[in-house]
Design a protein around this ligand. Structure first.
Ligand SMILES: Cc1cc2nc3c(=O)[nH]c(=O)nc-3n(C[C@H](O)[C@H](O)[C@H](O)COP(=O)(O)O)c2cc1C
Length: 395
């Protein structure tokens, strides 16, 4: 099984991640991790700092000569601006130079101050900040590398920003490059332009936009997840992981919301024999309404999830009412650095969370202390899928 823990504050010296459960022998190159982190910085509507900076990584455990050792992998994402923040974020005893006492609506500021007993919202926002999702993208890169060994690939694309939606064909397993070339990570150039126009219009009036990203996992074999235990259902695991992303407010598996309006005769995926369908043991589905999940178990069809993000709560104009907790007076919320929209970046984080969940379930199913063992177990399982079901009864 795969577990990970992240630590670190947005403007602290670094974010740290420890990943446990990866088998030995997985090839890992720092450049690949950095490339995935760079993808998280993409997207029209993000600040200029996002576009030009590259995250600096330190691989401090579990990897030797470009391969995992089977021990916990430890990675640091270094804050390249630490010198500017060293005094404000120092771990040594002291006082902040300025307390942030007007909690921002739509953020964790007020509830965090109340829960942990702080009088400075910075004590909350430094950790609640979506900067933490950079650490998840690093874990996602490791998960992706493992999944790649068994032919699973995970991609995302933006299907809505504000009121501009993309409803065309879904990108295929090799289309991630095309998606990433778009400023808004939308596969269609005409829709991309309309999304950019919508972002510019929101920016002009100091407002923000939400939207929807779709994540698709190709090559997932039948049988990940479980219908036996509520807490091992793959749909539940995916929904939980995706809902944990800051500002994500809804997750849809397959055609989830649309299915609620349909009749049973039109909402389900008919089954047929398909000798080419190796990941599903020779059975195809006529449609993909279920998003590749039946009873909490992967069917071998592409896994499809959609993730809805709210419009960002920090605005470039002071309109949201709040209360200064020091004076008790009504005021407007302060502005910490903010984007107009972060839907393209959220898509990359969502991809990472899907990869982490799938890698964890693949390890649960195929096991192995070495990558070779993991791959062998997967191959044997897929080869056996084609044969007739066992009629053996337990003794
Ligand atoms: C990649 C990413 C970037 C984000 N950037 C911002 C931002 O610039 N400004 C902002 O107000 N919220 C931003 N957020 C959302 C906040 O972190 C989030 O709304 C806040 O922590 C409260 O959590 P909640 O919305 O889940 O309740 C971002 C989220 C993600 C996933």
């Amino acid at each position: 099984m795969l577990r990970f823990l992240t630590a670190g504050e947005s403007h602290g010296p670094s974010l740290t991640v420890i990943v446990e459960g990866l088998p030995s022998g997985l090839p890992l190159v720092e450049e690949d991790l950095a490339d995935q982190l760079a993808r998280r910085r993409l997207g029209f509507g993000r600040g200029p700092r996002m576009r030009f900076e590259r995250d600096a990584l330190r691989l401090t455990g579990g990897i030797r000569h470009g391969r995992t050792l089977g021990s916990p992998v430890a990675i640091e994402i270094v804050n390249t601006e630490w010198v500017k923040w060293e005094e404000e974020m120092s771990a040594a005893p002291g006082e902040p130079t300025r307390r942030l006492t007007a909690p921002r609506p739509g953020h964790a500021d007020l509830v965090g101050m109340q829960k942990y007993g702080f009088d400075d919202a910075r004590d909350v926002l430094e950790r609640a900040s979506a900067r933490e999702t950079a650490a998840r993208v690093v874990v996602g890169s490791l998960a992706r590398a493992l999944l790649g060994q068994i032919g699973v690939s995970v991609l995302s694309h933006v299907v809505r920003i504000g009121d501009v939606a993309y409803e065309g064909p879904r990108p295929g397993p090799t289309d991630q490059g095309v998606v990433d070339e778009s400023e808004v990570r939308c596969v269609d150039s005409e829709t991309s332009s309309r999304m950019v126009t919508a972002i510019k219009a929101a920016a002009k009036v100091g407002d923000s936009l939400g939207g929807v990203a779709e994540v698709v996992a190709y090559g997932v074999p039948v049988g990940l997840g479980s219908y036996v235990h509520w807490d091992r259902k793959l749909d539940g695991l995916l929904a939980g992981a995706l809902m944990s992303i800051p500002a994500v407010k809804a997750v849809e598996i397959g055609d989830g919301w649309r299915q609620a309006e349909q009749r049973g005769s039109e909402a389900h995926d008919a089954i047929y024999r398909d000798d080419q369908a190796t990941t599903s043991g020779g059975y195809g589905r006529r449609s993909d309404h279920a998003g590749g999940l039946e009873g909490g178990v992967s069917s071998g069809a592409p896994v499809i999830v959609r993730v809805a993000m709210k419009p960002l709560a920090t605005l470039n104009r002071p309109v949201l009412e709040t209360v200064d907790v020091a004076s008790g007076e009504s005021t407007v919320s302060f502005k910490e650095r903010t984007d107009v929209t972060a839907v393209p970046a959220m898509g990359v984080v969502a991809e990472s969370m899907v990869a982490i969940v799938l890698a964890g379930e693949a390890l649960r199913k195929f096991g192995g202390d070495t990558v070779a063992e993991f791959v062998r177990n997967h191959e044997a399982y897929v080869a056996h899928l084609g044969s007739a079901p066992s009629t053996a009864r337990p003794l």
